[in-house]
Design a protein around this ligand. Sequence first.
Ligand SMILES: Nc1ncnc2c1ncn2[C@@H]1O[C@H](COP(=O)(O)OP(=O)(O)O)[C@@H](O)[C@H]1O
Ligand SMILES: [Mg+2]
Length: 277
Amino acid sequence: MIAPALQVVAPSGPLLRAEHVTIDYAGEHGTVRATEDVGFDVYRGDRFVLLGPSGCGKSTLLKAVGGFIAPRAGSLRLGGKPITAPGPDRIVVFQEFDQLPPWKTVEANVMFPLLAGGMKKPEARERARHWLGKVGLARFADAYPHTLSGGMKARVAIARALAMQPEILLMDEPFAALDALTRRKMQEELQALWEEIGFTMLFVTHSIEEALVVGNRILLLSPHPGRVRAELNSHQFDLGSAGSVEFQAANERIHRLLFGDAVFPSTLSTPAYASHP
Ligand SMILES: Nc1ncnc2c1ncn2[C@@H]1O[C@H](COP(=O)(O)OP(=O)(O)O)[C@@H](O)[C@H]1O
Ligand SMILES: [Mg+2]
């Protein structure tokens, strides 16, 4: 049996809280500021999207939530506890699925982090099979990664991450390398998995459309260095609404917010920092 995820926080509080987060990199020619004064709250069950143009610090923020880099200022808390290092409660799925070691079968790939965390082999195998089943890859447990399509590799990466039963799944443009059709399919499958399992996700993308389809809440970040432009609710959209008038209007509005001259047009006065349902 799969144990339920640990309850580390009261249901009413945010699972992840970022406050005034500023992150710098030390470069050859001085300091590069990746993000500045970024704040947001992710609640349990959220599909929270960080959206902004390339270079605005999305990956940097995700890595900081992962515990791989420390903010210069501000704080990141998970379940009220400061994030100081990587941990199994935060698992990252990157864009590069070639993170799957090619000499391990699909099943062994999913088992690997479980075994590394001290789980016994039979239990790790059972759990790997369970999650491979969830992503529709039960028949490919013994296959090697190089024999899989891009979409299948993405599914293995998702199964491997969910098998760890993290408090929050961190996804950094996980479908960016896929062709348009496969990308859509993966967005659909991710949505279906979320509906079935109800995990919490922090998802990074530079695609407005993907943000609207995947997310229930979207944080818009300005170009380099990334600052918060707005926070929007987007739970009303899914792949089925992708062509609708409302969807197009939301798309255009976000585009204006990200790239238009006005930083805070009047249309944004209400939805920003909308309260959690
Ligand atoms: N390891 C690094 N060293 C120095 N600068 C970096 C490093 N990683 C990212 N940056 C810089 O920080 C900024 C934000 O990068 P990144 O978080 O990768 O943006 P995004 O994911 O939104 O495209 C960019 O200007 C980038 O060049
Ligand atoms: Mg990035």
